[in-house]
Design a binder for this molecule. Structure first.
Ligand code: FAD
Length: 514
């Protein structure tokens, strides 16, 4: 057994965007941190991998938080804070929905254009549409007008309140509210309410009644304010640049460093143990692993914390939130001639509203080469498509059954995508198929889940835990913390985590961010 000789102010387990923003913020404040990543690339679900000249995004490819103004552009800010920047390509349309009854609705970058097109589909609900999305805008304006980068620190909250009292009060009002309840105040048409459901589902994997209004306000407005912007070179560039910024500031990241245990002494976190037996010590440990994987919740035999020391409130959390389904994902390299230049980058297909939350109920399609041709060899495109799928569909299969099932899901996805891109199956140059088992193995995520979803309807975001845990010196960051899934959301979690640790280390800037 080896032990480290270097001193680190904090150890961060995992290099997802939540972990990297925590690390980069701490490094920017002057701390020396060590990031331990079990895989060979940074970014987790927000990373990119290369095959045969193609650069594929692991998961995320519709990126919020890259605007230039306001306070919600956390990816731009996180990079800038460590003297880095991603060149981005603006996406003129966030997403094109292909819905039952042959309805096709595109969400334009320009707010007025989107509202007017949606109102053409639902003329009776013109006023309701304006009021619902207008309310989302109000929530966003509160968020965007104050530097709310920590919620756990009363002194910081007081300063923010002093700077923007009305925004703070405005925001507090929406914390316990869900988007579906707000939509129902203004909208009666069942099909339009279904549309609001898929608008939420495509990033929260929940219908609107279970999606917190704060998150909806953020997503439904930032896409028009800062806009959706794709990082040139692939989404993995965000993580790569954060790593570069962290290293330039004297901190470290190690790959193939699989943490198997968080070491405790007198009930305090004091270090970590790796799968090779190495022990590394620090007074502060941050887990970017999911709460299920950190605390051994759900059906997990073992988490990173020995079972006897798992705080009771973590079990309570796992009764309140359950893991969302995972996905079956396919990554394709295809002939460029198949797809017209004017085609939109992101698409969602729903054939039956009743199937929204079912296995294979929704199909997500992204073609990032329409924004950045450098992601594929000349004359080729990338298609990344995925559909929700549960781990229970994939466990306990023989090797042969598993491979056969993979091919069945692959054929299902190809058939669906072919409705938008004809002749697809004859023009595929490269293919990769990932199942919930792949997501579990390569992203280290419990059941390969996309993230926590409420077990029942909850009071908006209120029950989502912050970064501090009941174990002294142990913090959590990422999508099982407030405010949930998505790159910009976990970036918030990273900012908040670094702020909390920064006040303990006494390295926080006393001024509010500009
Ligand atoms: C298919 C898909 C599509 C998505 N699309 C979008 C999108 O378009 N836009 C968007 O904003 N979001 C999207 N998301 C969601 C977004 O990617 C995630 O919410 C976000 O990346 C999660 O970040 P995180 O920091 O919580 O951790 P993760 O991304 O889960 O990263 C955690 C990291 O920790 C490492 N790790 C875990 N355990 C250990 C251990 N014991 N030792 C060492 N390392 C460990 C993992 O290997 C991983 O690298 C998508 C997700 C998926 C799966």
């Amino acid at each position: 057994m080896k032990a480290n000789k270097e001193n680190f102010d904090a150890i961060i387990i995992g290099s997802g965007i939540g972990g990297l923003v925590t690390a980069s913020q701490l490094a920017a404040k002057g701390a020396r941190v060590l990031v331990l990543e079990k895989y060979i690339i940074p970014g987790g679900s927000g990373g990119s991998f290369k095959r045969k000249g193609y650069t594929f995004d692991v998961g995320a490819s519709m990126i919020f938080g890259f605007g230039e103004k306001g306070y919600t552009n956390l990816l731009t800010r996180a990079l800038k804070d460590v003297n880095e920047k991603c060149e981005t390509i603006p996406d003129p349309v966030q997403l094109e929905y292909h819905l039952p009854n042959d309805k096709t609705i595109a969400v334009d970058r320009e707010y007025k254009k989107f509202i007017s097109k949606l109102s053409e589909h639902f003329p009776e609900e013109k006023e309701g549409i304006s009021k619902f999305y207008g309310t989302c805008k109000k929530v966003f304006n509160c968020l965007d007008s104050m530097p709310l980068l920590s919620i756990e620190d009363p002194a910081y909250l007081f300063k923010v309140f002093f700077k923007a009292p009305l925004s703070c009060l405005g925001l507090a009002r929406w914390l316990p509210i869900n988007a579906g309840d707000v939509a129902r105040r203004f909208i009666k048409d069942a099909e339009l309410l279904n549309f609001i459901d898929i608008e939420c589902f495509c990033w929260s994997v929940m219908p609107a009644l279970k999606t917190p209004m704060i998150n909806a306000g953020m997503v439904f407005t930032d896409r028009h304010a800062g806009g959706i912007n794709y990082p040139k070179g692939g989404v993995g560039k965000i993580a790569e640049k954060l790593v570069s910024g962290i290293e330039k500031l004297g901190s470290k990241i190690r790959f193939r460093a699989n943490v198997t245990e968080i070491l405790l002494k007198n009930k305090k976190a004091v270090g970590v143990k790796l799968s090779n037996g190495e022990e590394i010590y620090s007074d502060i440990i941050v887990s970017n692993s999911t709460r299920w994987d950190t605390f051994g919740l759900g059906n997990n035999d073992k988490g990173l914390i020995a079972r006897d020391y798992v705080p009771k409130n973590e079990y309570k959390w796992s009764e309140t939130y359950k893991p969302s389904p995972s996905f079956v994902s396919i990554h394709l390299g295809v002939d460029g001639g198949l797809i017209d230049k004017s085609f939109n980058c992101h698409h969602i297909i729903v054939d039956d509203w009743e199937e929204l939350e079912d296995e294979k109920g929704v199909i997500f399609i992204s073609i990032p080469t329409l924004l950045d041709a450098s992601l594929a060899p000349e004359g080729k495109h990338i298609i990344h498509a995925f559909t929700p799928s549960s781990i229970c569909e994939w466990d306990n299969l023989s090797r042969q059954e598993y491979l056969l099932k993979k091919e069945n899901y692959y054929s299902f996805l190809i058939k669906k995508i072919s409705k938008l891109i004809p002749n697809l199956d004859k023009n595929i140059d490269h293919k990769e198929i990932g199942t919930p088992r792949t997501h579990r193995k390569f992203l280290g995520r419990y059941e390969g889940s996309y993230g926590p979803i409420p077990n029942k309807k909850l009071l908006g975001l209120l029950p989502m835990p912050f970064n501090t845990t009941k174990i002294k010196n142990l913090y959590c960051v990422g999508d099982s913390c407030f405010p949930g899934q998505g790159l910009n959301a976990v970036a918030f979690s990273g900012y908040a985590c670094a702020h909390k640790i920064g006040s303990k280390l006494n390295i926080n800037n006393s001024k509010l961010p500009e």
